[in-house]
Design a protein around this ligand. Structure first.
Ligand code: SF4
Ligand code: SF4
Length: 406
């Protein structure tokens, strides 16, 4: 089996099944079956309860096509598993329902489960970058085959969410918030994502590039009908390929290199054998979220300073959209959000800048798209030590000029 094969198939006339089957057959995915009745875990992206047309979750018809393809190859021991983004009880069940994936599982007669409804299993991470262990479901080690079905979306914090980031959902409910809190810089969080991915390291990935999100992804971005299915065995290579398709430099998606550093795959696009569509013909530049890493080469301490201070966002709540549903304050890993004093229409939650770790969970999870982030670069700079230093230097220069002129 050539692990570096990636197929790219265009979905024509919304014929999803045809595209998924073709993508899998082109890479000879059947070669993964080394015995009958393998235990197969499918991990879609079911971030929250959103209808498929909003492009937040893996499209249910792609999950259905995957199940049908497996059954066509006499693989019937299939379970679809996920842990949604929120930590309130029953959230994942609701997300399964709202995303349409529960219905698909029932119609196709396969099991589905929230990871949190299984037993717990502690996994030690080999050669950790930052995270020594995670607690997840024993399903990850019981599975003979793990199939990752992520969706292409831009992401506030990591710029892209697709293959590697999707396995963050193997952490159970509140553990996600804790991981955000513990690894609050983009660099550390990217390392944590690579560590988490290494636990499951899915043998097969089928990417939902049907309805995607650009801009303010992963839950309130603009929808892009990209009409693509990608399939392959190397999730790191697939993430790098997706970057190329959407016009994003893979170097800016830090977890790709972190995963390559852990030997989880290749980020070198020249080592990939592409099958199907030519990337040149199907590329479509996505709007990338504004919170970009510093792109000029800077010493790491200065880049970190710029990222953490100058690029720091302010959380805003839209009073017209906020329904005071409590999702944001119940799931904020930094305890930076509290309910307003009076729960009534027009009021919004309170936000504490000092406690905020800028994990973007609130924007990701708000079911009403009421949370926004605003970055005021000039104000952030002027109210930082660098800004004060800059003003002092300017003051000295002006003072000196005045002294010469007068
Ligand atoms: S901002 Fe969103 S998540 Fe927070 S209370 Fe309002 S509607 Fe709920
Ligand atoms: S306020 Fe939002 S961005 Fe800040 S820590 Fe809480 S969930 Fe994360």
């Amino acid at each position: 089996m050539n692990k570096k094969k990636i197929s790219i198939i265009k979905i024509k006339n919304n014929e999803i099944e045809r595209a998924v089957f073709k993508a899998l057959d082109l890479i000879d995915a059947e070669s993964l079956f080394n015995k009958d009745a393998m235990r197969i875990v499918i991990k879609p992206n079911i971030l929250m309860s959103k209808e498929p047309e909003r492009a937040v979750t893996t499209h249910p018809e792609i999950v259905r096509s995957m199940i049908k393809w497996l059954k066509n190859h006499n693989q019937n021991d299939i379970i679809v598993a996920e842990s949604s983004g929120t930590s309130s009880p029953g959230a994942t069940e609701k997300a399964f329902e709202g995303s349409g994936i529960k219905k698909i599982c029932e119609e196709e007669n396969v099991n589905w489960t929230p990871f949190e409804k299984t037993e717990r299993k502690k996994y030690e991470i080999k050669n950790p970058l930052v995270l020594e262990q995670i607690v997840s479901s024993p399903l990850l080690e019981e599975a003979d085959l793990i199939i990752n079905i992520p969706k292409i979306k831009t992401h506030w914090q990591t710029l892209l969410t697709c293959c590697i980031k999707n396995m963050f959902g193997t952490l159970i409910l509140g553990n996600k918030a804790k991981t955000h809190a513990r690894f609050s810089t983009r660099d550390a969080f990217s390392s944590a994502l690579a560590d988490i991915y290494s636990v499951s390291n899915p043998q097969l990935t089928v990417i939902d590039g049907y309805l995607c999100q650009e801009g303010k992804g992963p839950s309130k971005g603009d929808i892009v009908k990209l009409d693509l299915i990608l399939a392959g065995f190397d999730g790191v290579a697939l993430d790098a390929a997706v970057c190329k398709i959407i016009g994003l430099d893979p170097k800016n998606v830090k977890y790709i290199d972190k995963a390559a550093e852990k030997n989880l795959g290749t980020s070198d696009i020249t080592k990939i054998q592409f099958l199907g569509e030519d990337i040149k013909n199907i590329s479509r530049k996505f709007k990338i979220p504004r919170k970009r890493p510093v792109s000029v080469p800077l010493p790491s301490w200065l880049a970190d300073y710029m990222g953490n201070v100058v690029f720091r966002a302010t959380v805003r709540f839209d009073p017209n959209k906020c329904k005071l549903c409590s999702t944001c304050w119940e799931n904020c890993p930094g305890n930076a959000i509290t309910p307003p004093e009076v729960i009534k229409k027009g009021n919004t939650p309170n936000w504490d800048r000092k406690k905020c770790i800028f994990c973007y969970c609130c924007a990701e999870l708000c079911p009403y798209e009421a949370v926004d982030f605003k970055i005021n670069y000039a104000k952030n700079f002027l109210f930082s030590w660098a800004g004060v230093f800059f003003l002092v230097i300017i003051g000295i220069i002006f003072g000196f000029l005045l002294w010469i002129l007068l």
